[in-house]
Design a binder for this molecule. Structure first.
Ligand SMILES: [Zn+2]
Length: 136
């Protein structure tokens, strides 16, 4: 199965929040970096399964991105402006898009949204750049 959406070089490496996905080369703002792939399941099934890798497409469908083929699952959360990517729903497929120019070696992040944040991140404390760097 061909899951490649681009020829961009990406590296899975250790980051502050466990494993993360890093740019292996500079990425231009607006570039489609990677698709969030996985099994398409109904909202009911998603509620039954639970887990951290569920990506809601709409009220009916969710992608279960638990599969190892889903490299996009390594993209960690960052709050709001600290994120350099965003997830876009294009006709029911989810793509991680560069929100700004990204340098080689930078970690890729997007804002997971408040629902995910409250359930999975808040209990441990957020470790994104915006939350861990001292306020000026
Ligand atoms: Zn944060």
């Amino acid at each position: 199965m061909n899951t490649k959406t681009s020829a961009l070089k990406l590296d899975v490496k250790k980051s502050a929040a466990g494993l993360g996905l890093f740019a292996g080369e500079p990425i231009k703002k607006g570039a489609k970096i990677i698709e969030y792939v996985g099994e398409k399941i109904s909202a009911d099934e998603a509620n039954k399964r639970g887990g951290k890798y569920l990506f809601e497409i709409n009220s009916k469908w969710t992608i279960d991105g638990t599969t190892r083929k889903n490299t996009a699952r390594y993209v960690n959360h960052a709050c709001g402006k600290a994120a350099n990517c965003e997830a876009e729903n294009k006709g029911g497929r989810i793509f991680i898009i560069a929100k700004k120019n990204i340098g080689a070696g930078d970690e890729l992040t997007y804002d997971y949204g408040s629902e995910y944040f409250d359930e999975h991140i808040k209990p441990h404390g957020c470790r994104c750049v915006s939350c861990t760097s001292p306020r000026s």
